[in-house]
Design a protein around this ligand. Structure first.
Ligand code: PEP
Ligand code: MN
Length: 274
C-alpha cells in the first residue's frame, strides 16, 4: 500500500531504502563535469544508437552540441538480439567518444555490457549506462556500486517499478550515490510501437525516489516520428531529461535507424523542448 504524505510516496517497502524520498527528501543532483542532471533543468543526452566511425560520431556530436544537447550518447559495445548484427566498435568506439568529448565539451554516456572493460570505461566515459538487459545483472550492479562514476540505470524490458528501484538500491548500497533512472519503455501487448512508454512511471518514481528520472523515447517507441511528442510528454510529467537517438544518416545506420531522428528533426524538437 502506497500513501502520499506531503507529496512523498510512503510505503513499508521504501522504509530504510537509500532510494526512498521517505529517507532523503531533497532531489539528488548529479554533477558531471560542469553539467548537472536533476537540478530542475531539462537535460538532453543525444547521439547515435551506435558509434560507427570516428567521422560519424564527431559529426553528430558537433551537431547536437550546437543545438542544445548537454551530453553525448553512443554505444560502443552493443547488446544485439542477433549475433550476426553489428556488435559495436568496442574499445575503439570508446576512444572516438572520448575524442568527440574533447572536441565538443559534451560528457559521454555509453553502455557497459561486461565488467571486463571497466578500466577503459573509467578512463574514457563520464556516465556508465546499464542497459535494460542488464538491469538485473546483480554482479554488475554490485561492482558499479563500488566506483566513483555516475550510473544511468535503464528499466528492464519487463521490470516492475519495485524491481527497478531495487536494482538502483544495489548500486546505492555499495556506496555509489550517483544513480540516474531511465524509463525506456516496457514490453506490453501494444503492437504498433517497439515498447510502451510507461509515462505514469515518471511522476510516480519522482514521488518515491529522490534520484533523477529521465526518459528514452527512442527505445520506448521504435519510431522516429514519435520522438518529439514523447519527449514533450516526458517534460510535461516532470522528467529530468531525455536520452535520444540522433543520426546524420538514419537510413544507413548500423543499428536502430528507424527510431533515430535526423538533424533537422532534432533541431526543431529542441526549439520546442528547451
Ligand atoms: C541503447 O541505449 O542503445 C539500448 C540498447 O537501450 P536499452 O538497454 O534501453 O534497450
Ligand atoms: Mn538503440
Amino acid at each position: 500500500m502506497i500513501e502520499l504524505i506531503n507529496g512523498i510516496a510512503v510505503s513499508k517497502d521504501f522504509d530504510g531504502k537509500l532510494f526512498g524520498r521517505m529517507n532523503k527528501k531533497e532531489d539528488t543532483v548529479i554533477q558531471i563535469g560542469d553539467k548537472k542532471i536533476g537540478d530542475g533543468e531539462f537535460a538532453v543526452i543525444a547521439g547515435p544508437c551506435s558509434v560507427e566511425s570516428k567521422e560519424q560520431i564527431l559529426d553528430i556530436a558537433k551537431f547536437v552540441a550546437d543545438n542544445g544537447a548537454e551530453f553525448l550518447r553512443g554505444g560502443a559495445f552493443k547488446p544485439r538480439t542477433s549475433p550476426y548484427s553489428f556488435q559495436g566498435l568496442e574499445v575503439e568506439g570508446l576512444k572516438y567518444l572520448h575524442e568527440s568529448k574533447q572536441k565538443t565539451g559534451l560528457p559521454v554516456v555509453t553502455e557497459l555490457t561486461s565488467l571486463k572493460y571497466i578500466d577503459e570505461y573509467m578512463k574514457y566515459v563520464d556516465v556508465i549506462q546499464v542497459g535494460a538487459r542488464n538491469m538485473q545483472n546483480y554482479d554488475m550492479l554490485k561492482e558499479l556500486g563500488k566506483i566513483d562514476k555516475p550510473i544511468l540505470l535503464k528499466r528492464g524490458i519487463a521490470a516492475t517499478i519495485n524491481e527497478f528501484l531495487m536494482s538502483a538500491e544495489y548500486i546505492l548500497s555499495g556506496g555509489n550515490e550517483k544513480v540516474i533512472l531511465c524509463e525506456r519503455g516496457i514490453r506490453t501487448f501494444s503492437d504498433y510501437t517497439r515498447n510502451t512508454l510507461d509515462i505514469g512511471a515518471i511522476p510516480l518514481l519522482k514521488k518515491i525516489t529522490h534520484l533523477p528520472v529521465i526518459v528514452d523515447p527512442s527505445h520506448a517507441s521504435g519510431l522516429w516520428w514519435l520522438i518529439e511528442p514523447l519527449s514533450l510528454a516526458a517534460k510535461a510529467v516532470g522528467a529530468d531529461g531525455i536520452i535520444v537517438e540522433v543520426h546524420n544518416q538514419p537510413e544507413n545506420a548500423l543499428s536502430d535507424g528507424g527510431q533515430s531522428i535526423k538533424f533537422d528533426v532534432f533541431k526543431e524538437m529542441m526549439n520546442k523542448l528547451l
